[in-house]
Ligand binder design. Structure first.
Ligand code: DON
Length: 328
């Protein structure tokens, strides 16, 4: 057991304890029925609520998983993290900050609210901020922008499986996403978006409909934990100079109006999506993916939150853990 604040994974310890910890957590929460599957996007309502998987990928490429870890689902809001990285690479931090702030809202993810003074959306993790962020992705037209987005996801996921958009989920959200449309028009009014609104929204709906599984979430998280380098393919998925910016907004805003309690209890940067996924990053150590579609009132996976709370506690993963509780 380690008794200092320095965070270094002891790979030997991980190999021994993780398979059992994951199995125990999976069987402990398997029968939990709390929460409800998101139904405001008709395609999401079709998912099997009992699906449940947990996956961890370490920065040296070890994979630990349990449950339905190959089950495919749409990434939804977790995509916001990666679109933010691409926008930062395309424009640099100073410019992106003129369009999207970094303040937590304390409001729901779909609140129609902008900063009263600056007229910017509050942060890139809520819908308004994510739509503004996505509208910054460079490309000569909608096809090139989508291809650049998909190539970016491929760098994070980069294995033997290609990355696609689920067309049913995309069209389902496109034909019902009027609340997002309202936000986009509000931002157009204040000059926070200057591209064709329907094109910007299409790209946002497409990024939310990218198909992943729980292994992918953990690998994407591990890539962020590993200075932007995919631990399996060794490809640089995002410029390492933006990792601290990405992880900072995940830490303060990634779990919406639960972000404060999450930071307090779990203590690692994370992002949830209404698909039921949670992606969490333990810098320099590992990426965690959890998938379980039943959500709480804030739109976070009920079992996902429980699993992450326990993992953080059992492994001593909280970033500010200094009491000797860390197992590594
Ligand atoms: O914009 C939306 O409503 C969805 N495409 C994504 C929302 C989402 O995942 C929020 N997360 N909890």
């Amino acid at each position: 057991m380690r008794v200092s604040c320095q965070l270094h994974v002891n790979q030997g310890d991980l190999e021994i304890v993780l398979p059992d910890i994951l199995k125990e957590l999976h069987s402990k929460y398997k029968s939990m029925q709390e929460g409800a599957v998101a139904n405001y996007i008709p395609e999401l309502a079709k998912v099997n609520p009992d699906l449940f998987s947990i996956c961890i990928v370490t920065v040296d490429g070890q994979v630990y998983e349990v449950g339905d870890y190959e089950q495919l689902f749409t990434i939804q809001s977790i995509s916001k993290v990666f679109a933010y990285g691409l926008a930062l690479e395309d424009h640099g931090l100073d410019y992106v900050l003129t369009r999207v702030g970094v303040e937590p809202t304390g409001d729901a993810f779909n609140a129609i609210v902008l900063d009263e003074q600056s007229k910017r959306p509050y942060n890139p993790m809520v819908n308004a901020g994510a739509i503004a962020t996505t509208s910054l992705i460079k490309g000569s037209g909608p096809t090139e922008r989508l291809n650049r987005m998909l190539d970016m996801f491929r760098r994070y996921i980069g294995r033997d499986r290609d990355v696609f958009v689920d067309i049913s989920a995309f069209t389902s959200e496109r034909s019902t996403g009027h609340r997002n449309r309202a936000m986009a028009y509000l931002m157009l009014n204040f000059g926070m978006i200057d591209r064709n609104i329907e094109e910007a929204l299409d790209l946002y709906f497409q990024q939310c409909a990218v198909i992943v599984n729980c292994q992918d979430l953990a690998l994407m998280a591990a890539t962020l934990a590993n200075r932007g380098i995919n631990p399996i393919t060794k490809e640089q998925a995002v410029d390492s100079r933006y990792i601290k910016d990405i992880l900072s907004v995940m830490y303060t805003c990634g779990m919406y109006n639960f972000a404060g309690e999450w930071a307090y209890k779990v203590g690692i940067p994370a992002k949830s999506g209404v698909c039921g996924g949670i992606l969490a990053v333990v810098p320099h150590k590992m990426g965690i993916g959890v998938f379980s579609p039943r959500l709480d009132a804030r739109g976070n996976s009920v079992r996902g939150v429980k699993v992450c709370e326990e993992l953080s506690q059992q492994l001593g993963l909280h970033l500010f853990e200094c009491s000797g509780q860390s197992r590594f």
